[in-house]
Design a protein around this ligand. Structure first.
Ligand code: C2E
Ligand code: MG
Ligand code: MG
Ligand code: MG
Length: 286
């Protein structure tokens, strides 16, 4: 106990360690039933073309509605699901639901949207990502060119022929690939040349202080110029104010997403947002 182990602080430390382990275990246990109990919901965040202000797509962000656990966010539960292997089944579910939702909107007369889905490295390494993608496209009828897979630099660190082959096969289908959270990981710039990314996403942490830090502007400039020289489009994530947007526009950033427009919303709310946004755009042009 506390005294025998040398004081309260040590005891507190130990307790919090075991609390964390308990929480982790609890999440892992509950994750097992999350799909069958319909606890997962997809939210959709608009992606805007900076040149013409058009809504061009959505990023799909997973939400876990489990009030007993306090509705854990993806930053908490995704890596648990990755460690336990549950991410494979969850990722497959996300892909299928996302493609279906966007096609449902499209069939209802809504303009075609690109749909960006976050893919865990585990799905590339252990899961049959090609089969999941094929099934999701076939079931939904979504054109492959409207699907974009977001991958983080971590995957590129285990650069193997198998992974390169998957990339090649995805490209052959017309699926787009985007490098998420760029600038936060350890990937070398040479990966940009070696892998066929269509899009590079500038991490929120750069965008966050672009309006009050010259270094962030310099870095963002360099990232955009480099991406364009590799024929990639650039999306800035986490745009929260007009000043950030102005700077990004001046630097020829292609697309943005962030709270300035909208957070990720449940499907019905997203549709309302998009209709209002569309009307606003329309009324500006007439
Ligand atoms: P990400 O892919 O980089 O997603 C962007 C995160 O930034 C999202 O957090 C989004 O809600 C948040 N965000 C967007 N605009 C703003 C803004 O203007 N300000 C601020 N402060 N935040 C903004 P979220 O939804 O909590 O997701 C966190 C991460 O969890 C994602 O980062 C992604 O790596 C992962 N994730 C989410 N859904 C999935 C999924 O279906 N599969 C996998 N494998 N990972 C997912
Ligand atoms: Mg993402
Ligand atoms: Mg990101
Ligand atoms: Mg992120």
């Amino acid at each position: 106990n506390a005294k025998s182990q040398g004081g309260d602080r040590f005891c507190f430390y130990n307790e919090s360690m075991s609390d964390q382990a308990d929480r982790r275990l609890e999440l892992e246990n509950q994750l097992r039933h999350a799909i069958t109990r319909n606890e997962f919901v997809l939210n959709y965040q608009p992606v805007i073309n900076l040149r013409n202000n058009q809504l061009v797509g959505v990023e799909v962000l997973l939400r876990w509605q489990n009030s007993e656990l306090g509705n854990p966010g993806p930053d908490e539960f995704i890596h648990i699901a990755e460690h336990s292997g549950q991410i494979i089944a969850i990722g497959t579910w996300v892909l299928e639901q996302a493609c279906q939702q966007v096609m449902t909107w499209s069939r209802a007369g809504f303009p075609a949207l690109n749909v960006a889905v976050n893919i865990s490295s585990k799905q590339f390494i252990d899961g049959d990502i090609l089969a999941s993608v094929d099934r999701a496209l076939k079931q939904s009828g979504l054109p492959a060119a409207q699907l974009e897979l977001e991958i983080t630099e971590g995957l590129l660190l285990n650069d193997t022929p198998a992974i390169r082959d998957i990339f090649k096969q995805l490209k052959a289908r017309g699926v787009h690939l985007s490098l998420d959270d760029f600038g936060t990981g350890y990937a070398s710039l040479s990966y940009l040349k070696r892998y066929p990314f269509d899009t590079l996403k500038i991490d929120r942490s750069f965008v966050n202080d672009i309006d009050n830090c010259q270094d962030s502007i310099t870095l963002t400039n360099a990232i955009i110029a480099m991406a364009h020289s590799f024929d990639m489009r650039v999306i800035a994530e986490g745009v929260e104010n007009l000043n950030q947007r102005r700077i990004l526009r001046e630097r020829h950033c292609d697309m943005v997403q962030g709270y300035l427009y909208s957070p990720a919303l449940p499907a019905d709310q997203f549709l309302e947002w998009a209709s209002r946004y569309g009307e606003m755009q329309y009324s500006r042009h007439v």
